[in-house]
Design a protein around this ligand. Structure first.
Ligand code: PLP
Length: 421
């Protein structure tokens, strides 16, 4: 006779169970349901480039994929020729010299590299400072590494730096690592080269390591060039910088990123990667070399395309009463939605309302933590005609004002399920 079987229980790890519900999931679920029902939703939610990479890059991938030598495991930290190309780009663009062997690591997108770098550098008992509002991976990679997160408001640089100094003076243990992200996602805040000089001084004074997430290095407007942290004197002594081919090169799905700078940190990332992965498909690495070497002009014209979309969107939003700063870089417009909605709906409610009534998907500000409340983020990933259509639909919806009757709100104005912290 067989014993009555008790239902098997899958017991997941604490680090997974403790992750909060993904705020954008609600918006995405409604967007998908609408699309399945045949509605045309204009999606400004995610910074997912809409254009393909250049033909020469795709052709090189094709060619490299036909070479039988490229189908084995590649090197976990990337092939030397690609690292040489990254080092050449850093020198050409920022005047930064990098040793390709010890100061450059190829990653499977910058998010993979960033997350594994956190595993290599921090753990339980350590404090890590990140910007607020935050790109979710900045917070949750720290949390999954077991360290504690301190998020500091990022919109004003001087205050951000003085808050870092204050935290270092008063917190025990002193933060071990500080994450910077300029041009910033979601707010698009940018900095000048002097900012990084101050960061290096602070890092040396308090002994914290630096990670600069420079994902939007290649997407800038009006002649502005986002400065690299690594160009500041002494930067390589204190930290690393992550860059990516996802944004400027339209290669988001290819998953090509780089970690450059401090050799000890770069080596530590390589050790972690050696245990977790075998690196990026070699044919992609070979095609990435071609992209870095031959497609500068396309990267620039992609920025001009985003700039034209930015101008169109800013103009329309301002006419609707949004408060939107003009971004100098990045793929997003970040702004405060207008009254009376701002005082009556939190950002998730507003985004759901826009999706429901205007068929436009926005990212609610609290998807980037409580500091994002009152804001929404729009990605410049739809073409100008679609953006005009989105603006018309939003304006019609705001004019018509189909707001639901006021519901009772929790004390902080944000429904519990909406908080990403
Ligand atoms: C600030 C920031 N860092 C990293 C990434 C991820 O880039 P990758 O595609 O290289 O993983 C993104 C993508 O949206 C981003 O906004």
């Amino acid at each position: 006779m067989t014993a009555p079987s008790t239902p098997f229980k899958i017991q997941l790890a604490d680090r997974l169970v403790k992750l909060p519900p993904y705020v954008l999931a609600r918006v995405n679920a409604l967007r998908d349901a609408k699309r399945q029902a045949g509605q045309d939703v204009i999606d400004l939610g995610m910074g997912n480039p809409s254009e393909p990479p250049q033909d020469i890059v795709i052709n090189k991938l094709n060619e490299a994929a036909r070479d039988p030598n490229n189908h084995g495991y590649s090197k976990a930290t990337g092939i030397l020729n690609l690292k040489r190309e990254v080092s050449a780009k850093y020198f050409k663009k920022f005047g930064v010299r990098l040793d390709p062997e010890s100061e450059v690591c190829v990653t499977i997108g910058s998010k993979e590299g960033f997350s594994h770098m956190l595993l290599a550098t921090v753990g339980p008992g350590d404090n890590v400072i990140i910007p607020a509002p935050f790109f979710p991976a900045h917070k949750y990679a720290v949390a999954m590494a077991g360290a504690s997160v301190i998020s500091l408001e990022v919109s004003n640089h001087e205050r951000f730096l003085s808050n870092i100094a204050f935290t270092c003076e008063h917190l025990s243990p002193v933060p071990k690592l500080v994450v910077f992200n300029y041009p910033h996602n979601p707010s698009s805040v940018t900095v000048e080269p002097e900012f990084w000089v101050e960061v290096v001084k602070l890092a040396k004074r308090y002994g914290f390591m630096v990670i600069s997430d420079f994902a939007y290095a290649d997407v800038a407007f009006d002649g502005y060039q986002p400065p690299s942290f690594l160009a500041a004197p002494g930067a390589k002594e204190v930290g690393v910088e992550f860059t990516t081919m996802s944004k400027g090169y339209n290669m988001a799905g290819w998953r090509v990123g780089f970690c450059c700078g401090n050799p000890e940190m770069v080596k530590a990332l390589g050790v972690i990667k050696g245990y977790y992965d075998y690196g990026l498909f070699q044919a992609i690495q070979i095609a990435a070399i071609v992209a870095l070497r031959h497609t500068d002009a396309a990267v620039e014209s992609q920025s001009r395309l985003y700039q034209a979309r930015r101008d169109l969107l800013l103009d329309g939003l301002r006419k609707q009463g949004w408060q939107v700063p003009t971004p100098r870089a990045g793929m997003f417009v970040w702004g405060k939605y207008p009254e009376p909605w701002a005082s009556q709906m939190n950002s998730v409610e507003f985004a759901m309302y826009m999706l429901e009534h205007a068929n436009v998907a926005l990212s609610p500000g609290t998807g980037f933590g409580a500091a994002g409340e009152g804001h929404c983020r729009m990605a410049l990933v739809e073409n100008e005609n679609r953006l005009k259509q989105a603006l018309r639909q939003m304006a019609r919806c705001l004019e018509r004002d189909t707001r639901p009757p006021l519901a009772e709100k929790p004390a902080n104005g944000v429904p519990k399920a909406a908080i990403a912290t």
